[in-house]
Design a protein around this ligand. Structure first.
Ligand code: NAG
Ligand code: NAG
Ligand code: NAG
Ligand code: NAG
Ligand code: NAG
Length: 525
């Protein structure tokens, strides 16, 4: 055999071993769920893997030849139709109301995507093969593809994943160490009695609803598309090899985790520096007294804001001696001359400008991370979900203040703005946090790529599977051992009781023998 053929064969084999077929699925019609993982899809494709992603946020980058995207952005329309964001942002809705709206939108989006031609082909064309599934740790549904392709799976979460996924990876779910981010806990490191009780009962109720109500209904839904032989989604979910999570103890609660759960919450979505558009550059350069950046993220539209809210921000910005960059999807009336309103702004590049002194945010995790990366202090105005907890934590750490959106006034906002910009402690704390945040062993994206390829190389990570996953609750809580101890204790108590009883009888008997003879004597007298 000629050396060239040999070399070609060896190279081919190496290629065969290393390049894998990867299926990624993020069905959420929420932009922030995609942002941290877009760099991962890109990086995996650039490394030669064949990546297919089912996504509501396609990158549309034709230079990435190995990346194939199945666009399901129509799910945004479905979310809009069901008013998902409105339901979340309404102050009158309970968790139940919000979950019910979400479920309707989820189910409709699933029905739509599962019956679409591209995905029907993935399900039914036996020639299609994948070596790895990467799916979002939110619903168990998409992990059905791991069963379909008989391949290992990785769960990913842009923020703190739902607790049933922690269950499946063998992570501790403890109401006091890691309260649910949606609970609006005031101080997760020092919880009040009410918060502790709330967290305890929340976990009980949540697990009951998830495992006894939601999962069986998702089983029915997915069997419709994958066939009756599809095992329960819970059992498929328990086979997840590893989980990549966007949470980080700087911004989230502590969570003791198994080795299969890897934090990639180190600003994986941080983009390389791009030049600012000329007009923004000029605006920022001229704001030497300081510039405020205001953005409520991609979900909060102008129509979700009350008139009182709009009035408060317009008047407050007119009064402060700073320039303001305001990201908003619609026309705000009567904004003063120092305010520049845009539908979209290159947030990360704006944060890199030295004149940005404050970020006013709704408190989404990625916004907080981007701000802290650049040492910028914040004012948080939370609207829904984990934003309350995120903002509470930010205030406790001391790099910003919180304002309640329903009671917001011009004066409260002006006071908060002046406090955060003029007192150096907020900026200093944000800069210190940024230093810790940037101090990573290896960058999060590299870590995510490493662990993804680790699962490909070893065809899963069974050796990291926690024994707790297969344990019934009575074993996990050691009820049998406790029962045994209780039984032994009972036995000992009974024994002691019997011994005391015998002893007392003995004493009575001895006394009776010693003094008993007198009685007749007394009687005689
Ligand atoms: C990608 O293409 C889709 C449909 O063609 C479009 O809706 C979407 O906005 C595009 N995304 C980006 C990031 O350009
Ligand atoms: C497309 O991907 C290539 C390779 O990563 C990158 O250099 C380029 O900037 C991307 N294009 C866009 C429009 O993002
Ligand atoms: C919420 O409830 C209050 C008082 O019951 C009511 O005034 C308000 O209009 C409600 N808000 C929404 C968005 O329904
Ligand atoms: C916890 O909170 C209580 C009451 O709010 C307070 O008295 C106590 O000092 C706090 N402990 C710590 C360690 O912060
Ligand atoms: C805008 O300003 C004008 C004149 O100052 C006033 O009449 C109008 O009510 C204001 N509009 C809003 C929405 O505040």
């Amino acid at each position: 055999m000629s050396p060239i053929i040999l070399v070609t064969l060896v190279l081919f084999q190496v290629y065969q071993l290393e390049a894998a077929r990867i299926l990624g699925v993020i069905p959420s019609a929420v932009r922030s769920h995609h942002i941290p993982f877009q760099p991962l899809w890109r990086e995996l494709a650039l490394r030669g893997h064949e990546v297919t992603v089912i996504t509501t946020e396609p990158l549309n980058n034709s230079s990435l030849e190995n990346l194939k995207e199945l666009d399901i952005s129509y799910c945004y329309e479905i979310y809009k139709k069901h008013k998902v964001v409105e339901a979340m942002a309404s102050e009158n809705n309970s968790y139940y109301d919000i979950a019910a709206v979400f479920k309707k939108a989820f189910v409709e989006c699933h029905e739509y995507l599962l019956s679409s031609p591209g995905i029907q082909e993935l399900i039914h064309n036996k020639d299609i093969k994948f070596d790895l599934l990467i799916a979002e740790a939110q619903l168990p549904t998409m992990f059905a593809f791991a069963w379909r392709f008989k391949c290992p799976s990785i769960a990913i979460a842009s923020l703190e994943p739902a607790l049933q996924f922690h269950d499946s990876l063998g992570n501790l779910v403890h109401p006091l160490i890691s309260p649910d981010p949606n609970l609006n806990i005031e101080d997760d490191l020092n919880m009040s009695f009410m918060d502790r009780a709330k967290s305890f009962f929340y976990i009980l109720l949540y697990k009951h609803l998830v495992y006894n109500k939601a999962y069986p209904s998702y089983d029915v839904l997915m069997k419709k598309y994958f066939g009756e032989e599809l095992p329960t989604l819970k059992s498929i979910q328990d086979d997840i090899s590893i989980m990549l999570v966007g949470s980080n103890p700087l911004f989230n609660s502590m969570r003791p985790t198994n080795l299969n759960t890897i934090s990639v919450g180190g600003g994986m979505h941080a983009q390389p520096y791009k030049k600012l558009p000329a007009d923004l550059q000029t605006f920022l350069d001229e704001g030497e007294e300081g510039v405020i950046y205001f953005s409520l993220g991609s979900n909060i539209n102008l129509n979700l804001l009350t008139d009182n809210f709009k009035k408060a921000i317009v008047e407050a910005f007119a009064e402060v001696p700073y320039k303001v960059l305001l990201k908003m999807d619609g026309q705000l009336n009567n904004v003063s001359k120092n305010v520049l309103v845009r539908k979209w702004m290159p947030q990360q590049d704006i944060f890199r400008h030295k004149n940005i002194k404050l970020f006013i945010t709704q408190g989404g995790l990625q916004s907080l991370q981007e701000s802290v990366l650049n040492g910028i202090p914040l004012i948080g105005i939370p609207f829904f979900g984990d934003q309350f907890t995120n903002v509470n934590k930010m205030v406790k750490k001391g790099y910003g203040l919180k304002i309640d959106r329903s009671t917001i006034t011009k004066n409260a906002l002006v006071t908060a703005i002046k406090e955060v910009i003029q007192k150096p402690k907020y900026t200093e704390t944000a800069q210190m946090m940024g230093k810790i945040f940037r101090d990573e062993e290896i960058p999060s994206l590299q870590r995510a790529v490493y662990w993804t390829e680790y699962v490909i190389r070893h065809k899963g990570a069974k050796h990291l599977r926690s024994p707790t996953v297969d344990m019934p609750a009575w074993k996990y809580y050691m009820l049998d051992v406790v029962g045994f101890l209780a039984f032994i204790s009972l036995l000992i108590i009974v024994l002691i009781y019997l011994l005391i009883k015998v002893f007392i009888r003995l004493v009575i008997y001895i006394f009776a023998r010693l003094f008993g003879k007198r009685k007749p004597k007394i009687k005689k007298n």
